[in-house]
Design a protein around this ligand. Sequence first.
Ligand code: PSV
Ligand code: MN
Length: 424
Amino acid sequence: MQIEKYKIEEFNQQGLTDHQRKFEFVSAGLPNIDDVMHKLQAFNITIPSWALGTGGTRFGRFSGGGEPRSLEEKIADVGVIHALNRSSNSISLHIPWDIPENASDIKALAALHGLHFDAVNSNTFQDQSDQKLSYKYGSLHHVDKAVRKQAIEHNIEVIKYGVQLDSKALSVWLSDGSNFPGQLNFRKAFQNTLESLQEIYAALPNDWKMYVEYKCYEPNFYSTTIADWGQSLLYTSKLGPKALTLVDLGHHLPNANIEQIVSLLLMEGKLAGFHFNDSKYGDDDLTVGSINPYQLFLIFNELVEGMDARGMNHAHDLGWMIDASHNVKDPIEDLLQSVQAIKIAYAQALLVDKAALIAAQNANDVTMAQEILQQAYRTDVRPLVAEAGLRAGGALNPIDVYRKLNVRENLIKERGLKTVATGL
Ligand code: PSV
Ligand code: MN
C-alpha cells in the first residue's frame, strides 16, 4: 500500500496553525535553530525487516493481522513508515529470513518508496531445514572446524546478497556461548571465533564494514562468547579498521552505563552504531524511549559531543537502526513511535549548551552541569521534530494520519488476518 502525498498534506493543513504557534514558541529561544532543523531533517533510522510482523514470546504470539507475507510487502510497510515520517529511508535484511530472489527487482521496488538497503544480518543462531550441520553448540566458536566453516560460508553468502543490494555492512550477532560451567574452554572459544571472523573479514568488499554485536546472555545462560563491549572491542581491534562494535541497547546487564560505553567506543573510532530499543528487565525489545527516555537522551548527548569532536557526520557516519519487537501493538505504529523517540532524544542533545557544560565541568560545578543537561532534556522539542517531518514532506503527526487513513484495516483486507512467522 502506498500513501499518497496529497492525503498527508490534507491532514497537515488541519493542524498547521496550532503547530506553527508551538514551533515559533520553542524555536524563538534557540540560537542554533537552523542547524538543529537541518540536522533533524537529514537524520534517518533504519527499519529491520523482522520488525514489521507482530512479535511474541515463547508463551504465545497474538497477531493483529495484515502482516507482511513477503519481502515485497515488508518493503511496502517500511514505505508507509517513511512516507509518514520521512525519517526511515532504509531497511535491513536478515538472511535467510528474507532472501532477495531478484536483487534488481527488489532494489527497484525499494527505490519506488525512496528506500535503500542498510546492513545485512547473518543468522547462525538457528538451524535451517537445508543445513548439514547443527548450531546447537554454537557456530563461529564451535569445537568442530566443519561447523565453523559452514557458518563462515553462510556469512560470506550474506555479504554476496548485500553486494547485490548495495548494502555496505555485514552485521554479525552470535548466540554462541555455554549453558553450564565446564561446557566450554573460553580461550579456545574466543580463538575459534576470532579465526572465523578473520575469514569473514577477508571476504568484505573494500568499502564495507563489519558490525560485531554483543549481548550479555540469552539464549545461553552461563557464558556468551561475545558478551559485552569489551569482548566485542577485542575482536574488532584485532580484526582491523573495517570491524566496529555495535551497541544494541537491550544487550547490557542491568544498570550498565551505556552512555559511557558509547563515549569510549566513539573516542576509539570503534563504534559501529546502534540497535535501538528499550527495556526494563533484559533484552525486552520494547519501543524506544518507552521506559528510560533520559538514558536515551544521555546516549545522544555523548554521541553529539563525541561525533562533533571527531568531525563526523551525524546522519551518515554511524549505523542507526531499530531492533525492537511489538507483541501487543501495531508494528507500524510502534516503529513510528520509536523513530519519534529517537528524533526527540537527538533534538534534545542538539540543544545542550556545550560551552556552558564544559565550563561547569572544568569548574567542578556539579549542580550547573546537571542543570545544563536537564535544561535541554526538559525542553519540549516535539514541535521541532514535527517541523522537520513537515519540511521533508512527511506528516505533522504520523500516527494520527496512519489511523485516519485506516492503513491497518486496509492491510488486513489486502493480506488477511493470517499470520506469518517472523524471526524471533
Ligand atoms: C539478538 O537478540 C538481536 O539483537 C540481534 O541483533 C539479532 O540479529 C536480532 O536480535 C534478531 O533476532
Ligand atoms: Mn540487535
